[in-house]
Design a protein around this ligand. Structure first.
Ligand code: ADP
Length: 641
């Protein structure tokens, strides 16, 4: 059966079209996945930045009540005094989540001639007492000195740097009283409000610093210093904040660290994962300064933080400095206070909170997701392509099978009709009484018998094929001599051979070992091959049947039974189809050689059921050789397959 060219063209066009659609789908899929992962990266970085901002805000909120209480101490009354600070601190402690956060409170009035200088709040007695400057505040003192507005202060009353810690000799002489509303403005018609300035932090201690400046009382410019418990920050407050905004250790997507960064180094103050943050060469996914105006660093572009009080970025005179220290929020403002970092040089970048995705980076995490999605999508497309291919092939095979079955019905009808016509016409002649002599009667009887046998063989063939196809046929294997098998097949085909005048050349190697076969089925297989050699043997009318033992591989032998003819042969196009059920070559049908297309498929199925195989060698116009290869069996017991 040949598929018409336009059918093939339609088929190839369909396959090509579907392949193009699939390629387009794959390209669209890739592009949309790429865009999606880009958007996901942006979104994740924005969320991360938001979480860092929240964390930063939460720390400001933690410190704001403390700052507010101490500021209220300044604003409660114009004559506020030192006890107000102690009371403010006490109020804060009662409400604070971490009352241990404050390690010490100091008051320093550097410019006043009447100032007692430097005072420390005794946390037991809640009283201020003269104190020496702690060594870790020496650098800060220097800075505050520079920042103190000099109305009539240092030039007229320079701060005393007498002691090694900078303490004034006067500090010890003055009683521990500290009047923030010092005289000097009594004549003023509008007594000034105590100016409330912003809060700063020197992270190296850490200490909160707050200037209290009464604009018209320059000499009484006062610094409030609150040292913080660094260990509490490191071991409790930072971990709690990180847990609140980034989840617990096992569920966290990001590693978080709080670091003090400078040009090339990073000192880790806190890290959610040991080792994270130490390598200054690895850029985090996001970084944000913990104090000062928020300066997010996203997209792996690390920008240095700036500080309003950075001496390099803001070379200021004292008035300007005071102006920059003006509060960004009032004491009753519910918003958290912004706390500015005090920086000591261009490289000093203050505390920074850095975050990095646990998969290396946000890009790496999204890229893994992108590749996984892509692989999944392409797998789906591949399955789709394979399914489409299979459906296409199956439909092609179904069409081919349908065509073969149509051909089969046509040829079987023909095969049935020919002997039936012979039988009917012979029987008609006999019943009409046309045949009167005995010898003619016998000839007619033979014709009827032959045609009936042909019919019965055909029906037998079809039933056998149907049984083998449904896998219902059971074979009874037993040891058989090759010679006997060949002779039985030739004898069963003798009528056909004789009627066509074909010469048979039989060649059997002596002493062949027996083979394990189902005798009846295997001789049917050989008969099919013999019948084909006769049918397609052409003018030569010659048939060869040979049996021999040959090597089939290393140390293995097999019996080969070859049925040969010198007939029409089989073209290479048809060769691959001859074992397909119902296949008949166009050469055979056009030469009007009868057949059902079931002989070879049956022969192949039977041979394989006996553990062998069937091969063909054929050259058009020269002839064909069909060879049955059977394994040599040592076993002699019979069995069923
Ligand atoms: P059929 O009943 O048509 O002979 P088979 O299954 O036995 O059915 O053979 C299938 C087809 O193989 C035949 O129609 C024929 O075209 C080809 N064929 C089989 N045997 C031979 C042969 N010995 N020489 C040439 N062609 C053959």
């Amino acid at each position: 059966m040949k598929v018409p060219w336009f059918e093939n063209a339609k088929w190839y066009a369909l396959v090509g079209g579907l392949a193009a659609v699939l390629a387009l789908l794959a390209a669209l899929q890739f592009e949309s996945s790429r865009q999606l992962s880009h958007a996901t990266t942006e979104q994740m970085l924005a969320n991360l930045e938001g979480a860092l901002m929240n964390l930063r805000g939460a720390l400001e909120s933690e410190l704001t009540p403390l700052c507010r209480e101490l500021q209220q101490s300044e604003t409660e009354s114009r004559d506020s005094s030192l006890p107000d600070y102690a009371r403010g601190l006490e109020r804060w402690r009662r409400a604070a989540t971490h009352p241990g956060l404050v390690a010490g409170v100091y008051i320093w009035q550097p410019t006043s001639s009447q100032s007692p200088g430097f005072l420390r709040l005794n946390l037991q007695t809640n009283e201020f007492e003269s104190a020496e400057w702690p060594s870790d505040l020496t650098r800060l003192r220097q800075r505050l000195q520079e920042m103190t507005p000099m109305h009539d202060g240092p030039r007229d009353h320079p701060p005393d740097h007498g002691g090694p810690h900078g303490e004034s000799a006067r500090d010890h002489e003055r009683p521990p009283e500290f009047d923030l509303s010092s005289p000097g403005d009594a004549a003023s018609p509008h007594p000034p409000e105590p100016a409330t300035l912003g809060w700063m932090i020197d992270e190296s201690v850490p200490v909160l610093v707050h200037p209290v400046m009464q604009a018209d009382r320059g000499p009484n410019f006062t610094w409030v210093l609150v040292t913080l418990n660094f260990d509490l920050l490191r071991t409790h407050i930072f971990p709690e904040l990180v847990q609140n905004y980034f989840g617990t250790q096992d569920r966290r997507t990001y590693d978080i660290a709080i670091v003090k960064a400078s040009a090339n180094t990073r000192r880790v103050i806190y890290s959610s994962n040991s080792g994270f943050g130490e390598n200054a060469g690895v850029l985090p996914d996001a970084a944000l300064n913990l104090f000062g105006p928020p300066m997010p660093v996203v997209g792996r572009e690390h920008r240095p933080m700036q500080s309003l009080v950075s001496p390099d970025s803001h070379p200021q005179n004292p008035e300007q400095q005071a102006a920059t220290l003006l509060p960004n929020l009032g004491p009753h403002d519910p918003e958290p206070f912004r706390i500015e970092p005090i920086l000591y040089g261009p490289d000093d970048q203050g505390w920074e909170i850095i975050a990095q995705h646990r998969k290396g980076s946000v890009e790496a995490a999204v890229s893994t997701l992108f590749h996984r999605n892509l692989a999944f999508n392409f797998a789906v497309l591949l399955v789709l392509a394979a399914t489409m291919g299979m459906i296409g092939l199956n439909s092609r095979r179904a069409r081919r099978l349908a065509q073969l079955q149509m051909d089969f019905v046509a040829s079987v009808s023909h095969e049935l009709r020919t002997p039936l016509t012979g039988i009917v016409s012979a029987a008609q002649n006999i019943s009409d009484g046309i045949i009167d002599d005995k010898s003619r009667m016998m000839r007619y009887g033979k014709v009827i018998l032959n045609q009936a046998q042909q019919l019965s063989e055909l029906i037998e063939q079809i039933l056998l094929f149907s049984a083998t196809e449904k896998d219902r046929h059971r074979y009874h294997l037993q040891s058989a001599r090759v010679e006997e098998l060949i002779d039985a097949s030739l004898s069963n085909s003798s009528a056909l051979i004789r009627s066509t005048g074909v010469t048979v050349e039989r060649q059997i190697q002596p002493n062949l070992p027996p083979v394990m076969v189902d005798f009846k089925a295997f001789s049917q297989c050989l008969q099919n091959l013999i019948a084909n050699a006769v049918k397609y043997g052409g003018e030569q009318r010659w048939l060869g049947i040979r049996a021999s033992m040959e090597e089939s591989g290393q140390h293995e032998k097999e019996i080969r039974i070859a049925v040969e003819d010198r007939g029409i042969g089989i073209g290479s196009d048809d060769l691959k189809h001859v074992f397909e059920p119902f296949f008949r070559s166009p050469v055979a049908t056009s030469a009007q050689i009868h057949g059902s297309g079931l002989g070879l498929p049956l022969a192949k199925t039977i041979t394989e059921a006996m553990g062998g195989r069937l091969t063909i060698e054929s050259v058009p116009e020269q002839g064909s050789t069909f060879t049955v290869h059977l394994p040599v069996g040592n076993h002699t017991e019979s069995s069923h397959v």
